[in-house]
Design a protein around this ligand. Structure first.
Ligand SMILES: CC(C)(COP(=O)(O)OP(=O)(O)OC[C@H]1O[C@@H](n2cnc3c(N)ncnc32)[C@H](O)[C@@H]1OP(=O)(O)O)[C@@H](O)C(=O)NCCC(=O)NCCS
Length: 168
């Protein structure tokens, strides 16, 4: 079982008993704005039992505070990994997001052997973009009308990537 230790966060594999707590966090408006339409059933299906993602629960001070996941592109000539994350708003602004994304990035590069990582926040998600920039991700370009928001409108995304040498 892989457990990853950051400065303030611990990332450990998701468990059944995390489902309700993660659904509660995903129901917070500030999180639902970027991760819309998740209830406990969807958390169980996609985060606990999803087959294309590797999902870790984020703990801080012994509490479940969020979730971070990665997906790997298996084609050897395009090998890379993508990351997605959310945190309870009560814990925002304390450096935990930066810590979690940096810890996962190190794992993917040094343990999983990736040379490139990608992440695709909403183009308007300034907090996430600043967090990822702090880890070393750089903007690649705007993904036009990339994802639907909670209201069903297509929104731009920002493709960002990080090479091993960029990791801060
Ligand atoms: C994006 C997200 C994961 C960032 O997590 P976070 O823990 O709030 O991020 P950080 O605390 O590392 O950084 C945020 C701010 O806290 C500040 N900060 C960093 N370390 C800090 C510390 N030790 N003490 C106080 N503030 C700190 C940072 O400077 C940053 O401020 P700035 O944005 O004004 O520059 C979080 O906001 C979130 O879950 N948002 C909702 C879901 C979402 O958008 N997910 C991403 C989808 S792609």
């Amino acid at each position: 079982m892989t457990v990853l230790y950051g400065t303030s966060v611990t990332l450990r594999p998701i468990r059944e008993e995390d489902v309700d707590r993660l659904a509660e966090i995903l129901a917070e408006p500030e999180v639902a704005q970027w991760w819309p339409h998740y209830d406990a059933d969807r958390v169980r299906a996609e985060l606990l039992h999803g087959t294309d993602v590797v999902v870790f629960t984020i703990e801080a001070e012994g509490e479940v505070v969020g979730c971070i996941q990665y997906n790997e592109e298996p084609a050897p000539d395009y090998r890379h990994a993508t990351i997605d994350v959310f945190l309870d708003p009560a814990w925002h602004g304390k450096g935990l997001g930066t810590d979690a994304v940096r810890t996962m990035s190190k794992h993917l590069i040094y343990d999983r052997g990736h040379h490139r990582l990608a992440i695709d926040p909403g183009a308007a998600n300034e907090k996430a973009i600043r967090t990822y920039t702090r880890v070393g991700f750089q903007p690649v370009g705007v993904l036009r009308q990339y994802e639907r928001n909670a209201e069903g409108e297509w929104q731009d995304g920002l493709l960002m990537d990080l090479l091993k040498k960029d990791l801060q």
